[in-house]
Write a protein that binds this ligand. Sequence first.
Ligand SMILES: Cc1cc2nc3c(=O)[nH]c(=O)nc-3n(C[C@H](O)[C@H](O)[C@H](O)COP(=O)(O)OP(=O)(O)OC[C@H]3O[C@@H](n4cnc5c(N)ncnc54)[C@H](O)[C@@H]3O)c2cc1C
Length: 302
Amino acid sequence: MFSPRRTVLDQLLVEAARDAGADMHDAVTFRELLLDGDRVVGAQLQGCNGTTTECRAALVVGADGIWSAVARAASAATDIQYPSLTCGYYAYWSGVPTNGVEFYIRDGRDILVFPTHDGLTCIWAGRSRKDWETYRKNVEHSYHDVIAAAPCLAERLADAERVTPFRGTSKLPNFYRRSFGVGWALVGDAAYHRDPIAGMGIGDAFVGAQCLADALAEGLGRDAETLDTALLGYQEAFRDRTMPIFSYTVKAASLKEQASAMPIYARIAQSEQDTVQFMDVLAGNTPAKNVFNPENIARLLA
Ligand SMILES: Cc1cc2nc3c(=O)[nH]c(=O)nc-3n(C[C@H](O)[C@H](O)[C@H](O)COP(=O)(O)OP(=O)(O)OC[C@H]3O[C@@H](n4cnc5c(N)ncnc54)[C@H](O)[C@@H]3O)c2cc1C
């Protein structure tokens, strides 16, 4: 289910899926689930010329993002929910000297700095959700006002050039949706959305896809009951893996400077090994408890 406007990552994923034997169709929109009694047995899809086709499947997976149409069609309930806590704008810049990813939380503000492709740096400047109306009235001014909270970054932006328009959002809810039912499943933002403050969305989408693939290796091609049990296992494994970071994200997105956490982050930043391990948590490669456990925190603070 891809739109023709692809990012570089989308393109890489499409190519990897095709290489692995997937049959990919561009510019196709999911419209409806096909049902046999209570069981989902396929999907109605619409091409860009308006024609619809019915596609039968043992399982329909909705990987269609935060506003998932598959979730709506399956009446997937939202199990755990917090409202949007932050809002903000990002833009790409050239000429920003960086050593890597930077992350600042100041009272009511957060800043994320990502070196990306072609020497460009993506910089997100966020504020508490309650400040959205003020922010959007004068985006440029508000954006730089947020950046000013990190003087060491503001100095480097003085000679840099913004090469894209500002893009922003205030719709950053934090939730888990029920991610499986009889003949359907959800992955990625469709199943689980959280504030981007931890930069986890893509990593979590891969974790979810892996958990689902593991479950399907056990459940697909057998009887319906085995498949349903495997899908329950998928949701449990995925939530076990992501819940600690979800809790961390909701806390961090309150944008209160966590005085007690600052010495921990400072020590992590001093050690390449600890930094790599922390970034592995943020990328979803390693469970959060590998860093945020009492022994490790005591070691970092020693
Ligand atoms: C401001 C911001 C900053 C972020 N920063 C980071 C970051 O630094 N690192 C990170 O890992 N994550 C980040 N994220 C989160 C990340 O973008 C998402 O978690 C990730 O893109 C989710 O991937 P997905 O495939 O589940 O959904 P999406 O990327 O939303 O993809 C869903 C796809 O489904 C398609 N679709 C939707 N409806 C239909 C339909 N009816 N039929 C067919 N196709 C359909 C869409 O066209 C789209 O291609 C950020 C998010 C925001 C908003």
